[in-house]
Design a protein around this ligand. Structure first.
Ligand SMILES: [Zn+2]
Ligand SMILES: [Zn+2]
Length: 332
């Protein structure tokens, strides 16, 4: 099979990121062997390939939005059979015993491991994954449309929960890529008014098409005060304008796993009046199940840009340069 491995961190055009033919992996106890049908390209993959995230497994294969077909079920793996359609997401394992796991916050487990960071992911012809962390997928979507639901969708949904948007509230979304365009649709389906802030003219156009109330530049003031906001762009300088855009008691959730430095905040303008600033850390399996159930019930419009698997480097370069509308998806 073809597999892309991070030999050393590098930036576009990614000389340290190499595709080679190699043997198909074997599933270990509790795992599924999956033939990859589509794998989404997430910004986190870019952080792994460029070295913003410290390497966890040398030479790792990135990719944690995997849609595939089960081809083998190892001993101890339950819930799936050969030829089932399955989704593999970022969260790959937790200890199940620590106090975070026991209180339902497995996303905070200090022993958690991740697909495409601690273990090889889906930028390949085949992948193995623990059955206990694999997902059933909603019908009504193509393979390419399903892929971005598995991280962009799930993380966007968790960020929306962390932003505590009240019913029919006013939501600001900063940055409008794969995750944001899905979270926006979930909020709109629940009666929210959504205001989008992004430097990309084509993303602003997409936002309006999906039903956003307004779409402006990245640091524009909102047309009305916001009850909640989510920062999807990994840009710390957007934190002060996003906090300033909140109404009293509003919450800003930071959706990214990596953020550039946040400038000095002004207590009166940015935090006083009980404005809240919160991070979002990965997701639980319960978040994933809830979001995939929403996607089954409300058909989401998933904007994708397909790339052949052997052009993964190109897909990452386009994502880094902001040239991708919606979600880039690799098709083996
Ligand atoms: Zn744990
Ligand atoms: Zn991701």
């Amino acid at each position: 099979m073809l597999a892309w491995r991070v030999r050393r961190p590098s930036t576009a055009p990614y000389p340290g990121f190499e595709a080679r033919e190699e043997p198909t992996p074997r599933p270990e106890r509790g795992e599924l062997l999956i033939r990859v049908r589509a794998c989404g390209v997430c910004r986190t993959d870019l952080h792994v390939v460029e070295g913003d995230l410290p390497p966890h497994r040398p030479g790792v294969v990135p990719g944690h939005e995997v849609v595939g077909e089960v081809v083998d079920v190892a001993e101890g793996a339950t819930g799936f059979a050969p030829s089932d359609l399955v989704g593999v997401a970022w969260l790959r394992g937790t200890c199940g015993r620590c106090h975070y796991c026991r209180r339902g916050a497995e996303n905070l487990c200090p022993l958690s491991v991740y697909t495409g960071w601690d273990a090889d992911g889906g930028y390949a012809g085949f992948v193995t994954a623990p059955a206990a962390y694999a997902h059933r997928l909603p019908s009504g979507y193509t393979d390419a449309e399903l892929a971005p639901l598995l991280c962009a969708g799930i993380i966007g949904y968790r960020a929306l929960k962390r932003a505590e948007l009240p019913d029919a509230g006013r939501l600001g979304i900063y940055g409008f890529g794969a995750s944001a365009h899905l979270a926006a649709q979930v909020a709109l389906a629940r009666g929210a008014t959504v205001h989008v802030f992004t430097r990309s003219a084509s993303a602003r156009e997409l936002a309006l098409k999906l039903g956003a109330g307004s779409a402006g530049g990245a640091t524009d003031p909102p047309p009305e005060p916001l009850d909640a906001a989510i920062l999807f762009a990994p840009v710390g300088t957007l934190v002060p304008p996003a906090l300033a855009a909140l109404d009293r008691g509003g919450t800003l959730a930071l959706a990214g796993i990596h953020l550039t430095d946040i400038p000095v905040l002004d207590y009166q303008r940015h935090l006083f009046q009980e404005r809240q600033l919160r991070s979002v850390t990965a997701n639980t399996r319960a978040d994933a199940r809830e979001f995939l159930a929403i996607a089954a019930e409300h058909p989401l419009k998933v904007v994708t840009t397909p790339y052949p698997l052997d052009r993964a480097d190109r897909a990452l370069a386009d994502l880094a340069a902001g040239r991708v509308d919606g979600a880039a998806v690799l098709i083996p």
